[in-house]
Design a protein around this ligand. Structure first.
Ligand SMILES: Cc1cc2nc3c(=O)[nH]c(=O)nc-3n(C[C@H](O)[C@H](O)[C@H](O)COP(=O)(O)OP(=O)(O)OC[C@H]3O[C@@H](n4cnc5c(N)ncnc54)[C@H](O)[C@@H]3O)c2cc1C
Length: 491
């Protein structure tokens, strides 16, 4: 039986490990932190339980497909609730729209704000459902090892027919004149790490995921997914070593032969590294074994970093819903500060997540759990003073929105930003969620799943295909494991 070491126990590492073990390999996962989950770990204090990273459960079909492969339905592993409203958007001037769940209610909302937009919405959903299905049934699951995998005249013809050979921003405005309706359908591509102007309309599949497939929440918190993935992996025979950082990948005769850790060397027939690609190449491999130099990395568009606040508050949050997007300041100005001319934004956009609205188990009885996220440029110099300045700015707007003071009721507070991402994950420029899915960084143009310089060394995770987010990271683990299993079986 071949032995494989998987570095990292986030979505990608867990998915890779379970698939490798199911394919007959003896698998050991080596993780630097004391708990699994990576960016989806948890932090608890004084009865509050915070999910450190992801909070939007989208594309439920990806998770269903994953767990089915190991003999489970999702409802046998955790309880999913569909949120309705899916989320709230606060616009300039302070008025707010609740975005309802379900296509009929959404159609009504669009028609209400722009006569004729209901029909345009139907057409938008029709087109984006096509691209979502193509991705789900095929493209997302291509390992992208060569350009020829992506040369598909049928898809290219379809993209031209659907007028998707343009930016997401442009595509959204071809359906809706009302600027807020256009914003509503384009914002989901922000999950892919670049602005709607820089992202291909092909990724409108994210809008379909939002509007047609819905926003869900696993009761108990997002880490319930991680617990389920660990359980499935263990049932396949995967062994875990937590609290064990990998310092080096051992390469002998041009092949990966194991990993070096402070407690000693672990040997294997192959290594699958799911830690950040840049960290693995720069910090865990000797210079002669790297595929990419500093010049390559300096030209990549990383996803933004984020300033996060984990807050425990005494009492409730008034009318605040589970997810609220504060688009009440100038979005273009904020995007400029994140992508074009990196700087601390003067009037930041932000996102507030209050899971205790849906799930009382994440806070002491009667209290509230609040997570705030402010996108910042990757590579921005971190500063405690700036963290605090932004905290008070966004809390003021939140207090204005809910109509009551909140800061005086904060009993637990932790902030997290660039320096923390670097320290916890070796994240290049302190990025939060990998490399942006721009056109120049899609499919075979991303760093590959299989090393071109070291035999038996494979990669997975949000810096390789298909891209950032829980579902893509999970898929990348599966893809990398399949390519590695093929090699082990001599194909
Ligand atoms: C703040 C935030 C909000 C997000 N929101 C959402 C959301 O709402 N919905 C969504 O779908 N996605 C969201 N994402 C993105 C999603 O969380 C990530 O894309 C996904 O979790 C990445 O998984 P991964 O396995 O690729 O990487 P990681 O989770 O980073 O896993 C890599 C693992 O490798 C370990 N590791 C690193 N170096 C070493 C080493 N030297 N030795 C041993 N182990 C090592 C790390 O500790 C980590 O456990 C968010 C991300 C962040 C940061």
């Amino acid at each position: 039986m071949s032995e494989v070491i998987v570095v990292g126990a986030g979505f990608a590492g867990l998915a890779a490990a379970a698939h490798l073990a199911a394919g007959g390999a003896k698998v050991r996962v080596v993780e630097r932190h004391e708990q699994p989950g990576g960016r989806a770990r948890t932090w608890s204090k004084d009865g509050f339980m915070f999910d450190l990273g992801p909070s939007w459960y989208w594309m439920p079909d990806v998770f269903e497909r994953y767990f089915e492969r190991f003999g489970y339905r999702v409802d046998e592993l955790y309880e999913l609730r569909r949120l309705d409203p899916s989320y709230r958007v606060v616009w300039p001037g302070g008025d707010a729209w609740d975005i309802p769940a379900g296509l009929d209610a959404l159609r009504e909302l669009f028609e209400h704000h722009e006569p004729g937009a209901g029909e345009a919405f139907d057409e938008f959903i029709d087109q984006t459902s096509y691209i979502y299905r193509e991705a789900f049934d095929d493209y997302l699951f291509r390992p992208s090892l060569s350009f020829f995998e992506f040369v598909d005249p049928r898809l290219v013809t379809e993209l031209f027919r659907l007028k998707m050979v343009r930016s997401m921003s442009n595509y959204a405005r071809s359906f809706f004149e009302h600027p807020r309706l256009a914003r509503l359908v384009e914002w989901p591509v922000l999950f892919l790490g670049a602005s709607a102007e820089k992202t291909s309309a092909m990724y409108s599949l994210m809008s379909y995921a939002d509007m047609a497939l819905g926003t869900w929440y696993p009761m108990g918190g997002m880490h319930r997914i991680i617990e389920a993935m660990v359980r499935v992996a263990e049932e396949q025979g995967v062994q875990f070593e937590f609290g064990r950082p990998v310092n080096q990948i051992v390469v002998e005769g041009g092949r990966a032969r194991g990993v070096r850790t402070p407690e000693g060397t672990l040997r294997a027939d192959a290594v699958l590294a799911s830690a950040d690609y840049h960290h693995v190449e720069r910090d865990l491999l000797a210079a002669e074994h790297r595929q990419f130099g500093d010049k390559y990395w300096s030209k990549r568009t990383m996803s933004p970093s984020s300033l996060l606040f984990y807050l425990g508050l005494g009492g409730d949050l008034g009318e605040l819903g589970h997810h609220t997007l504060f688009f009440d300041e100038d979005l273009d100005r904020h995007m400029d500060a994140v992508y074009e001319r990196p700087r601390w934004p003067d009037a930041p956009l932000f996102y507030a997540c209050a899971p205790s609205v849906t799930d009382p188990s994440v806070a002491p009885e009667g209290d509230s759990n609040l997570f705030l996220l402010i996108p910042l440029a990757a590579g921005l110099s971190d500063s405690e003073t700036m963290r605090e300045r932004l905290y008070h700015q966004v809390m003021q707007r939140l207090e204005d929105h809910v109509g009551q003071p909140l800061r005086e009721r904060v009993v637990v507070k932790r902030s997290y930003a660039m320096e923390d991402f670097e320290q916890d994950y070796g994240a290049f420029k302190g990025n939060a969620y990998g490399m942006a899915n721009t056109l120049r960084q899609t499919g075979p143009l991303k760093p590959p799943l299989r090393s071109k310089t070291v035999g038996g060394l494979y990669f997975a995770g949000q810096l390789t295909v298909p891209g950032p987010g829980m579902p893509p990271s999970l898929i990348s683990g599966e893809l990398s494991a399949k390519v590695l299993l093929d090699e082990l079986r001599g194909r």
